[in-house]
Design a protein around this ligand. Structure first.
Ligand code: 4AD
Ligand code: MG
Length: 420
């Protein structure tokens, strides 16, 4: 049995397995708080019990099996405690290195142990639910999951941020985005999505960048920007509102009010120019043509308590594959999360004319040869299509109200850290 179930079984005789979360020993009794994947439970061992001495000598994080009878106790966490009649020590732990008030860097050094904390356990559960709800939505809406490669010869998001690697004497990279491959797959499957790690060699140490993150990407044929934004809104509402219900306990333990994150549709839209006007009004002018930075996003989002779309950026501020409109703008949108969490989705309608795509590649000084196969997609049955990429950890950070993105993933990869 697991602790979650034991909490509603007062009166029953049970056997439980877990780790020692806290321990306090007196002359008469040992109070041991047991932890398993589902919760914590107070266990009491009286001095008359055979295992009393062993229990008194236990250290935190030791693994044990206990049995006994559950009874109601108003003072215990969960209001139920276990009167232990048998204790089996599976492994007596050495002195656990993590104590209160340790630095963030130290906790990253012992990340493999810190993963046992309630905070990270709750975050990992919410992340798992997010992945589950994501797949659920795509499956219901006619998308096929595909598995694009991580090793690639074609850069998607530009050279500077790619991790190069040796590949049997050829140049290759770790994938920054599966987009170009998903674009190839729509010609057979029409609506596809993938969940893969993406890699960004961004040296900047910010609270929202990882060098390796989970990227959810989708691409659809016969889909213009309107259709694209509708997919994004419905997906985000399904996932976030699902988490607000299914992960209420975890959110509350993390200090997040589930009602505060609920998404109401439709999401508001702000053109790039209106965003600039707003920034100007708030005393933070940005020059036309520049991308909107993370500080700018924070300032814009002071005015909204729901995610919004910022649409139609100047084409020069965005990637080569985006469709151009009116000679100046890209048919794109970024979804920004409220409360300063910034960009969570980047998406666009893709340029489907080979002539215009080649012009943009020239402007961006990209080598045509590197993209020969991609250009073929505009030679054989080209079709208007759209897609987007969502940073899973960015969304988790927002939903869990986390200060830093590193706590959204078990083993964060940061510019100064690849271990443990
Ligand atoms: O905006 P980005 O760079 O867009 C693309 O890669 C497109 N090719 C995606 C597509 O259309 N298929 O990245 C998409 C999202 C961002 O909105 C952000 O949420 C996340 O990926 N992201 C990161 N998350 C964590 N750490 C980083 N360094 C990230 N860089 C981007
Ligand atoms: Mg982006």
């Amino acid at each position: 049995m697991q602790i979650r179930d034991a909490l509603s079984r007062a009166g029953d005789e049970v056997e439980l397995f877990g780790w020692v979360y806290r321990i306090r020993s007196g002359k008469e009794k040992v109070f041991l708080v047991l932890r398993d994947a589902t919760g914590i439970l107070q266990c009491v061992i009286g001095s008359e019990q055979a295992g009393f001495k062993d229990a008194a000598g236990l250290s935190i994080e030791s693994s044990v099996r206990v049995n006994g009878r559950l009874r109601v106790d108003e003072r215990a966490p969960g209001k139920v405690e276990l009167r232990v009649s048998g204790l089996e020590i599976i492994h007596k732990a050495e002195r656990f290195p993590i104590t209160k008030n340790q630095s963030a860097e130290f906790l990253l050094d012992v990340r493999h142990l810190w993963l046992r904390s309630r905070k990270l356990t709750n975050v990992m559960r919410i992340k798992a639910e997010l992945l589950k709800l994501t797949r659920e939505w795509f499956e219901k809406n006619g998308f096929t999951e595909v598995t694009p490669p991580i090793l690639t010869g074609s850069n998607c998001e530009g050279g500077a941020d790619a991790f190069p690697l040796k590949y049997f004497g050829k140049k290759a990279f770790l994938s920054q985005s599966a987009q170009l491959y998903l674009e190839a797959l729509i010609f057979s499957l029409e609506r596809v999505y993938s969940l893969t790690p993406s890699f960004r060699a961004e040296k900047s140490r910010t609270r929202r960048h990882l060098t390796e993150y989970m990227h959810l990407e989708a691409e659809a044929a016969n889909c213009d920007i309107e259709c694209n934004l509708k997919i994004q809104e419905e997906l985000i509402a399904h996932v976030v509102n699902g988490i607000a219900v299914n992960c209420e306990t975890e959110l509350l333990e993390l200090g997040r009010n589930p009602n505060k994150i609920r998404v109401k549709l439709p999401l508001q839209r702000l053109s790039y120019e209106s965003a600039l006007e707003l920034l100007e009004k708030k005393g933070h002018p940005v020059e036309w043509g520049s991308d909107i930075g993370s500080r700018d996003e924070e300032i814009i989002m002071e005015e909204f308590d729901q995610p919004i779309f910022v649409t139609r950026y100047p084409r020069g501020a965005k990637a080569f594959y985006m469709k151009c409109v009116d000679g100046k703008h890209a048919e794109c949108a970024d979804m920004l999360a409220p409360e300063g969490y910034g960009e969570i989705i980047g998406g666009s309608e893709r340029e489907d004319s080979i002539t215009k795509l080649l012009e943009r590649m020239k402007e961006e000084k990209l080598n045509e040869k590197d993209y020969e196969w991609y250009l073929d997609l505009r030679r054989y049955g080209s079709v208007p299509h759209s897609g987007f990429g969502l940073g899973i950890e960015r969304v988790v950070r927002w939903l869990c109200k986390l200060d830093h993105i590193r706590d959204t993933t078990p083993f964060p990869r940061l510019p100064n850290r690849v271990t443990p």
